[in-house]
Unconditional design. Sequence first.
Length: 263
Amino acid sequence: MKRLILLPGLLLLAGTALLAQVSPPKKLGTVQLINMRAPSPIKIDGKLNEWNGNFQAYNKNTRIFYIISNDDKNLYLAVKSTDFTTTAKIIAGGVTLALNKQDKKSEKDAYSFTFPVIENPQRLSGGFGNRIEQRNAGADSEMMKAVHERTINAAKVIKVLGVKGITDTLISIYNEHGIKAAINFDNDGITYELKVPLPLLDISVDDAKEMAYNIKLNGLQLNNPGGGPPGGGGGGGGGRNALDFQDLVSPCDFWAKYTLAKQ
């Protein structure tokens, strides 16, 4: 019964994607191929205003637009999803950025940052979730706005692994380490920003070396992962206005390389 309730809630949480699906520009590659200086100043609020839509890649495996960049003090990751299931996937399991300074495509000995970490994300839709099937694309914009605000307010935790000096696996977005993260919503889907201070990674622009990074969408983690999707279907083929349940519960990722950009 619990799994039957899941999808209506996540449908509403990802609801902006019901209104618009943006096709990726053909000129963008699958991974970012250059290093970039970050714009200044940057406010980590998830709105991506500073980036002006200047995404450097559209990764087909994860279906996200993204840009990774740096200044002299921080490393930044900006992500945007315009895909319906992918938006729900980010809400349900967060985005993980893993960095391996040894230039190895391995999460072992890597620094790892996951955001957002939201407990029971399907509950954020409250009593609205069971109405989504009747409303579908005509869902009330004020109702959707309220659910999105509730989601943003619930996104207060970052999972951190492999960083010396940070002993707590889960930290607040209001932490003393200088790690910042935020999500937001626009008419196309969900937007995401992460900032990590370079000293935490023990790297600097003065001694920049190529490092491997991994971006992963963790998806919805079920207490009982066995069996098929709600309703007994086989999953797959979610389409414009429906979730692909099999995709939602399946992590996806990609590896690429980055060297800090100097002024």
